[in-house]
Design a protein around this ligand. Structure first.
Ligand SMILES: *Cc1c(COP(=O)(O)O)cnc(C)c1O
Length: 372
């Protein structure tokens, strides 16, 4: 199966084998050695000297952890959303009692840093900016460098969901001054789901001291205290730690610069291939993601039938649209363990399936903007 959804992503054999090893004591020296190495290597990828915590959670778990560890009920926050995952971060903040000011940008477009500046300037009570780096639901990458600069200038805490970008798209956490940055093992890390990583700046620790949202399992104070002994407060996903140790070694071997270059090549190849088939990428070209490509489903074509045909006849697994984009787009995940050959297979599968589901044109269908 050529698994091309934007997480879970395929894992190299060595990574899977490491995860199949016998259980070890999570309070023993073998686990401590794994945790020490994993933490150090993660910091290199995050390009940060901040604390780096690893939680046993899916991405949504670490999103909740980020919110409850830094905010109090009643805190005013600006939640910038360009799609389903931005909406989710806002919903989490709301669920825990933050006063959420929501700033939505058209799906398929990126957030405008100047519009964010305006929204942040309007209300001095806003404490934090919550934003998605790479919006997996639309295939758009925000200009995090520019957005962080704006939020820094206005002295806001910056909380970033980099779940589907960190390790695949450059994100120098310290250089850009981001306070909380999150990722998840099943995205660009070539690992099974189960672990989430989060960097916590000095400023975020300061916020944490005063943050009153209820928390227990997620409490960063507990996690940090355990980390001093290379342990976790609760039983971690030991097998995924073993897998991540190997995955990070493989990433080091390839070299981060080479990984970013490969991701960029593959992103471009996917978008160009899609256009050559007479289809349109959903995302604005200027901010198209190099980890996931959303494709507009042509008028009159059933997205579900297309995805099913591609799966049944070609063994290629693509993702549909989420929420309001259900039926309107399909998505190709190309992050982590991915090669040009994988994408060639995807494009061939789409090319051969399109006529079977009634696509007659080689003409570009309506653009995303016109559909909206
Ligand atoms: C995958 C993803 C998440 C988290 O999803 P989980 O299913 O909880 O792991 C959050 N944000 C983005 C941008 C993602 O791609």
């Amino acid at each position: 199966m050529n698994l091309r959804v934007p997480g879970p992503t395929p894992c190299p054999d060595e990574v899977l084998q490491a995860g199949a090893a016998p259980m070890i004591n999570h309070r023993g020296p073998e686990f401590a050695a794994i945790m020490e190495e994993v933490t150090a290597n993660l910091k290199e990828v995050f390009q940060t000297k901040n604390d780096l915590l690893v939680l046993t959670a899916s991405g949504t778990g670490v999103m909740e952890a980020a919110v409850v560890n830094t905010l109090s009920p009643g805190d005013k926050v600006l939640c910038v959303s360009i799609g389903a995952f931005g909406d989710r971060l806002a919903a989490i903040a709301q669920a825990f009692g933050a006063q959420v000011i929501k700033q939505d940008f058209r799906q398929g477009s990126a957030a405008d840093p100047e519009a964010i500046r305006e929204a942040l300037s309007k209300d001095s009570e806003i404490r934090a900016l919550l934003v998605t780096h790479n919006e997996t639901s639309t295939g758009v990458t925000n200009d995090m460098k520019a957005i962080s600069r704006v939020a820094k200038e206005l002295d806001k805490l910056i909380i970033v969901d980099a779940i589907s970008s960190m390790s695949s798209i450059p994100f120098p956490v310290d250089e850009w001054g981001c306070d909380i940055v999150m990722s998840g093992s099943q995205k660009g890390w070539m690992c099974p789901p189960g672990l989430a990583m989060v960097s916590v700046s000095e400023r975020a620790w300061e916020a944490h001291k005063h943050a009153k949202m209820p928390r227990y399992y997620w409490d960063f104070t507990q996690t940090k205290r355990s980390l001093e002994h290379n342990e976790t407060p609760w039983t971690p996903a030991v097998s995924i730690f073993a897998s991540l140790q190997v995955a990070l070694r493989l990433m080091k071997q390839e070299g981060m610069a080479n990984i970013y270059a490969r991701q960029e090549r593959i992103g471009r190849m996917t978008r160009e291939g899609i256009k050559a088939l007479g289809l349109s990428p959903f995302a604005d070209a200027s901010h198209a993601s190099n980890t996931v490509t959303a494709v507009t489903v042509p008028e009159g074509i059933n997205a579900g039938t297309l995805i099913k045909t591609i799966r049944d006849e070609h063994n290629v697994e693509l993702a549909g649209g989420q929420g309001s984009l259900t039926g309107k787009i399909f998505r190709v995940g190309h992050l982590g363990h991915v090669t040009e050959e994988d994408i060639s297979q995807v494009l061939a599968a789409i090319r051969e399936s399109l006529p079977k589901v009634g696509f007659t044109g080689g003409l570009a269908p309506q653009t995303a903007q016109e559909v909206k």
